[in-house]
Write a protein of this length. Structure first.
Length: 303
């Protein structure tokens, strides 16, 4: 395992575009005119974003080409517009207005079983589709769900979501490099709660592992597997795929009853788990190719 290239962690230094006033205006329009009309307003906003974001264009073209999709400007624009659609829906989920969405759930029995046994678990997802939909369903089923991540470069949207639903803030855990961070996670797991994080973007920890993703070497974080080994709890994969016009397909599947990294060769062990994750991520990406919203370098040659 090596330290990640600078390009691979560029998202940590990328600030939000736009302002709080724009987000509040979008929410007001949404409330007055509804989801359908607001989605139309996203078209010029996304066009502006694509024109002024060469890194996002490059990352989108790279991914779309590897998964066998068109790579022209129209395809990149459609990819970014899909991200905007899903981001808009986050507002509805935060407000608890998810009854208008058609939601399917595959593997919900796994989380139901954990709840019944009062066992905590680590949920490993990706920037694929909507994790907000997963969080809304967990809330509906009274399943305590804590989100781990880096949120300092996304303060605007997260502050707006917190104002819409103040309960969200209590379940967000920012990544820190100290003992109290690990103790907090351990307490949540021991209390029978779920702890969720995304495993497809370098940033959790300083190390990366090289895996095969869509037929080429890619760099993924090793941190989730070190974390899972420290917490000594079950690990499940969770993904929420969006399909037009309003359907979210939620998936949960067992990944490991427990992850153990042998002291003598933790690097190889972490790479094995990361490769298993990459294979499942690829599987779900192929189910909804326009749903992977990781607009940063992932493949080794790009990073």
């Amino acid at each position: 395992m090596t330290a990640p290239p600078v390009a691979a962690t560029s998202w940590l230094r990328t600030t939000e575009k736009g302002g709080a006033l724009g987000i509040r205006l979008l929410i007001a329009i949404c409330g007055l005119l509804g989801r359908g009309f607001t989605r139309l307003l996203l078209v010029p906003i996304v066009f502006y974003f694509v024109i002024l974001s060469p890194q996002a264009r490059r990352a989108s073209r790279d991914y779309l080409g590897r998964i066998g999709q068109p790579q022209g400007f129209r395809a990149v624009f459609a990819h970014c517009l899909r991200f905007a659609h899903v981001t808009l829906d986050r507002l509805f989920f935060a407000l608890g207005k998810h009854r208008s969405f058609a939601i399917t759930r595959t593997g919900k029995e796994h989380l139901a079983g954990l709840k019944q046994q009062r066992r905590g678990a680590l949920l490993l997802g990706a920037h694929l589709g909507s994790f907000e939909a997963m969080r809304a369903m967990a809330s509906d089923n009274s399943l305590p769900l804590n989100i781990i991540g880096y949120f300092k470069n996304a303060r605007l949207i997260n502050s707006v979501l917190e104002k819409l639903n103040p309960g969200l803030a209590a379940r967000v855990i920012n990544v820190e490099r100290n003992v109290s961070f690990m103790l907090t996670l351990k307490e949540r797991i021991d209390a029978g709660e779920m702890v969720a994080l995304l495993g497809d973007r370098v940033g959790l920890g300083d190390r990366v592992v090289e895996v095969d993703l869509l037929g080429a070497p890619a760099l993924l974080p090793a941190g989730p597997y070190w974390l899972a080994a420290s917490l000594r709890c079950p690990v499940y994969l969770t993904f929420g795929l969006f399909h037009e016009p309003n359907r979210y397909d939620l998936y949960c599947e067992p990944f490991a009853e427990r992850i153990e990294l042998a002291r003598g060769d933790r690097e190889s062990a972490a790479r094995v788990w990361a490769q298993r994750y990459a294979q499942r991520l690829e599987h779900y990406c192929r189910m909804a190719p326009d749903n992977w919203f990781n607009f940063y370098p992932v493949w080794k040659e790009a990073a």
